[in-house]
Design a protein around this ligand. Structure first.
Ligand code: ADP
Ligand code: G6P
Length: 734
């Protein structure tokens, strides 16, 4: 039976050994807390690091450790102190973490860190390879393991591998500064599906792939030589029920049954009923903007002295990565800031900031989420931020206000929160004021909407969406798999060709017989091509058709004197034996007047793009635009056109850097099948490079030899790499 194997640096538990006794604590951090619920439900396995070093683990306790982990369906990867230094504290947290969170100045590019990262990633990959079968689904998590997908794929080409990045993927301008940027991309490209929290991270990644690897990217797919990789955004949710129910349960506790923290918070509320409690919970990390938040709080109190003694900020900072110098400095900075502000602003009855530097048990986390009035979360950059979602889930009476940084991934889904720019103190002070004074009714309205969304898009939903996309991706590939043309296949082609009595050939032009050119008019045939086509055209019992989306005027100029058979504009016009073009299909063209202005507006806004006007279709070319920008515009145009068209008479074809609007009843498939029906052909061959050719590949009979120029994902039976190879194939027919 197939299993899901989760692999991440952190396991859901952290093991500790005290005086020879083994104990386990839940891990903190979004990845572990979120995935825990997903893992609990399934029959899977979770592979990761226990938090112990090899040196700290007595050999005699190995069995006990394995047993404890096995009970949680977990297995360990053992790391020694040196590996943890270079891989975890080094490359992961002194190179990647700061860089991906836009703290370029903190990022250290040390060769030793990189070497350790590679070694340890290989260790994780080996741990997977040891236990996984081809039926299993392998789900690799986060920035510590970016090389693992490729390391596994290399040894197990048939493995199904998903990868999810829990932190931001930075813009190309940032990512390109990393010396090992291509190796990192290669590592990630071993996956079949890559997931990010937001569309922005996804497009940053695709942009780096396009620019650094020069790979073809179409919408959210990356075309490799032998596979297609899908990239998508899946905003991670929380275990909504767990938090909501825990909050409900905690509300029922009374008297002595309450936790110590609850008692303390209740006492505070009783003593100062009009005071608002503001909570902020994060790992102690510079990306969380804790120091700036404290300064913003000071700014708020100085600017609005009437709130002194009326608000209190509770800061819970969970110790994290304390061997990394930046984290030590931050700890010091925060200690000093809080000390100074409390020293300067406290009164006999009031301390503005309560500060906890520790990891609290789950029940206390719930106490804070439920007893405080406002959650104030101001990361300077955060992949998602689950704390924001947990706070809202715990507001069982729908009271409470969330102030959230717009730099957190979760801000995309939490529009009803008060969204702020963490660098803007003025705005933060205004948001605090608004939160303190927000009428209960408004709080409820906002939280109601947020809760509805969080309840639906919970962590289970997130994992299911990812898994379904991963499985689809595999199935999709099976449908579309084509064989690469090699020498044996070439021989088969030419034997079949020679043995045939009546042959029919369909050859696409752009991207197949000739390469692309910035100006389509300049992509005219060269002498070698004319010679090749002449020879094919002159063969006995052979009907050769050039089949193209081009306009008939260009093909008349280039090929009519040669008397080749031609089908142009995707099947609107036909010419045989040097006769002028005739209509092959009756098509309507009234829609063009309505669509032309839309395309013109896109030309105006997209430098380098232009419209090609054909008799019965309009094409928007964007080959000469900035690649990223062009793709973005193409996606927008597709959306606009699909919503405008809304009927079956017109359709949009997404070609290779061209988007064409044309009548639906015309396509190369329909045209080629018509030609096929005219005689008794026993050898049919079609070759082409883009989506418009897929119609031929799909509609021609099964016996046809269909060849895609470019990636493997196609309805054609075979694929070749480029135009040079196309000519090699055709020469075998002469
Ligand atoms: P990050 O992943 O960067 O740490 P998130 O906000 O996404 O940030 O996730 C933090 C997770 O850690 C949350 O699920 C939260 O419940 C948990 N957590 C935060 N503080 C504590 C704490 N003091 N004790 C236990 N768990 C905590
Ligand atoms: C973030 C990362 C996780 C990491 C967590 C805690 O959520 O995305 O991969 O586990 O922080 O950090 P730590 O370094 O303690 O694992």
């Amino acid at each position: 039976m197939s299993r899901t194997i989760i692999i991440s640096n952190r396991l859901p538990v952290q093991l500790k050994i005290n005086n020879g006794n083994l104990s386990a604590e839940p891990s903190v951090g979004g990845l572990a807390t979120g995935l825990k619920s997903v893992h609990r439900e399934g029959n899977g396995l979770w592979i990761g690091w226990t938090g112990l070093t090899e040196e700290d683990t007595p050999k005699a306790m190995e069995g006990e450790i394995d047993q404890a982990l096995a009970e949680l369906n977990c297995a360990k990867v053992v790391l020694n102190a040196e590996e943890i230094d270079g891989f975890y504290f080094g490359f992961s947290n002194r190179t990647v973490w700061p860089l991906f969170h836009y703290f370029l100045e903190y990022s250290e590019f040390e060769l030793d860190f990189w070497e350790a990262y590679k070694r340890v990633n290989q260790k994780f990959a080996d741990a997977i390879l040891e236990v996984a079968t081809d039926d299993d689904i392998i789900w690799v998590h986060d920035y510590q393991l970016m090389l693992v997908p490729q390391m596994v794929k290399e040894k197990r080409p048939n493995a199904t591998i998903g990868f999810f990045l829990h932190i931001p993927f930075p813009s190309f301008e940032i990512f390109r500064t990393m010396p090992w940027r291509e190796e990192v991309l290669d590592g990630l490209l071993g996956a079949d599906l890559l997931g990010f929290h937001t569309y922005d991270y996804e497009r940053h990644f695709l942009s780096s792939v396009r620019r650094l690897k020069g790979l073809e990217v179409s919408f959210n797919e990356i075309y490799l030589e032998n596979r297609v990789i899908k990239v998508d955004s899946f905003p991670m949710g929380i275990d909504y029920k767990k938090f909501h129910n825990a909050a409900k349960d905690s509300a029922t506790l009374s008297g002595k049954d309450r936790t110590d923290l609850q008692i303390k918070l209740d006492e505070h509320k009783k003593a100062a009923p009009n005071t608002k409690l503001i909570i902020s919970i994060d790992r102690l990390d510079y990306s969380k903007g804790i120091a700036a938040r404290i300064k913003a709080f000071e700014y708020f109190l100085i600017k609005n002295p009437e709130y002194k003694e009326k608000v209190r900020l509770i800061i819970l900072a969970v110790p994290s990565r304390s061997n990394v110098p930046q984290y030590q400095l931050l700890k010091k900075e925060i200690d000093e800031l809080i000390g100074r502000i409390n020293g300067e602003l406290s009164t006999v009855n009031w301390t503005p900031i309560w500060y906890f530097y520790r990891s609290l048990p789950f029940e206390n986390l719930i106490d804070l989420y439920t007893k405080c009035d406002i959650a104030w979360l101001t990361p300077l950059r955060d992949g998602m931020n689950l704390v924001a979602k947990e706070f809202v889930a715990c507001r069982t009476d729908q009271s409470g206000v969330l102030i959230l940084s717009e730099m957190a991934g979760s801000a995309y889904e939490m529009n009803e929160a008060l969204l702020i720019n963490p660098n803007n103190f003025e705005e933060q002070a205004a948001a605090l004021k608004e939160a303190i004074n927000m009428p209960l009714e408004e709080q409820k309205n906002r939280n109601k909407l947020l809760q509805q969304r969080l309840e639906r898009y919970n962590v289970e939903f997130w994992a299911n969406e990812f898994m379904t996309a991963l499985k689809d991706q595999q199935n999709d590939e099976n449908v579309y798999v084509s064989q690469k043309v090699n020498d044996t296949i070439l021989n088969e082609f030419s034997n079949a060709y020679k043995a045939a009595n009546k042959r029919l050939l369909f050859l696409d032009y752009d991207g197949t017989l000739a390469g692309f050119h910035k100006d389509p008019q300049k992509a005219s045939p060269d002498e070698e091509l004319y010679e090749l086509l002449d020879q094919l055209h002159n063969q006995e019992n052979t009907e050769l058709f050039l089949i193209s989306g081009r306009d008939k005027e260009t093909f008349t100029k280039w090929f009519l004197p040669k008397k080749y058979n031609m089908i142009v504009e995707h099947g609107v016009w036909i010419s045989r034996n040097g006769e002028p073009f005739k209509l092959l299909e009756q098509v309507k063209g009234e829609w063009m007047e309505k669509i032309r202005p839309v395309l013109e507006s896109f030309v105006d806004r997209t430098p380098g793009s232009f419209i090609e006007e054909k008799n019965y279709s309009l094409a928007w070319h964007y080959r000469n635009t900035d690649p990223d920008f062009g793709e973005k515009r193409a996606t927008q145009l597709n959306t606009v056109l699909t919503s405008l068209i809304g009927n079956d008479d017109i359709s949009v074809l997404n070609g290779n850097k061209v988007m064409e609007v044309k009548s639906s009843n015309v396509n190369k498939g329909r045209a080629s099948v018509r030609m096929y029906g005219e005689a008794d052909y026993d050898f049919v061959f079609a070759i082409g490079d883009d989506w418009t050719d897929e119609f031929m590949f799909q509609e021609l009979p099964d016996s046809a030899i269909t060849v895609k120029v470019g990636p493997k994902k196609t309805h054609a039976k075979y694929h070749v790499e480029g135009t040079k190879k196309v000519r090699e194939v055709l020469k075998r027919f002469i």
